[in-house]
Design a protein around this ligand. Sequence first.
Ligand SMILES: Nc1nc2c(ncn2[C@@H]2O[C@H](COP(=O)(O)OP(=O)(O)O)[C@@H](O)[C@H]2O)c(=O)[nH]1
Ligand SMILES: [Mg+2]
Length: 222
Amino acid sequence: MTGMATHIDMKQPILDKNDRLAEENRALFAEKHVFVLNILASPGSGKTSTILATIEALRDEFNIAVIEGDIASSVDSEKIKAQGIAAVQINTGGACHLESDMIKRAVDVLDLDELDLILLENVGNLVCPTDFDLGENAKVMILSVPEGDDKPLKYPGVFQVSQAVVLNKIDTMPVFNFDQDAFCDHVKQLNPNAPIFPLSATTGQGVEAWAEWLAERVRAVQ
Ligand SMILES: Nc1nc2c(ncn2[C@@H]2O[C@H](COP(=O)(O)OP(=O)(O)O)[C@@H](O)[C@H]2O)c(=O)[nH]1
Ligand SMILES: [Mg+2]
C-alpha cells in the first residue's frame, strides 16, 4: 500500500456551509437595500477609530449600524453605542474570523428596514478573515503606517480580496520609515483596481475622500 495517500480536506466542508449562509445574507441585504462593508485589518490598525470617523462623515445622510467581531469583550461596541449608533457585539470565543452564521444572528437583532449601511469590524487578523464570505457587498482592508510598507508582500491575500485599501495613521508618517510609493506599488501589483485612501482616523485628514467612495456605493443599493 505504499504510495497511497488519503487526503481529508477539513477546510472545504466548512467553507461550503459558510458560503451557503453567506448567499442567504446577501439576498436579505439586497431585499432590504442595506450595504454591508466587511472591514479586515490587524489588531490596533485603527478599525474602530476608522469606523467612528466614517460614522461622523456619513451619519447625516445614512442610517448606520455596526457589527463588532472580537474574540472577547464588548469594548468596541460600547465605543460605537456611546456615539448613539446601534452596535451588535459578536464574541467568537477564540475563532480568528467571523463566519456567515454569526452575521445572520447579529442582523436578526437589527432593524434592517431602517438601515442603509452596516459596518462590520472583523476580528483583528490579516489571514483568517480573507477566506470567509459573509454575504457583504464589499471587503475593505486597513493597513496602518506603523505596521510597515512591506505588508502587501507578506499578506497578499487580504489585499487581493479587498475592493479598497485604507492606509491609516498617516499622521505618524514622520516617526516611521514608511515608503508610501513602495506600498502603493505593492498594492497595485496585487490588486490594480483597488483605490488606496491614505487617512488619519484621529485627525480626520483624508477621511472625506474615503467616506465619499463608500457613500457612492451605499447610494447605489438604495
Ligand atoms: N496616531 C494615530 N493613532 C490612531 C489612528 N487611528 C487609530 N489610532 C490609535 O490606534 C490604537 C488602536 O485603534 P483602534 O481603532 O482601537 O484599532 P482596532 O484594534 O483596529 O480597532 C488606538 O490607540 C487609537 O487611538 C490614527 O489615525 N493616528
Ligand atoms: Mg477595534
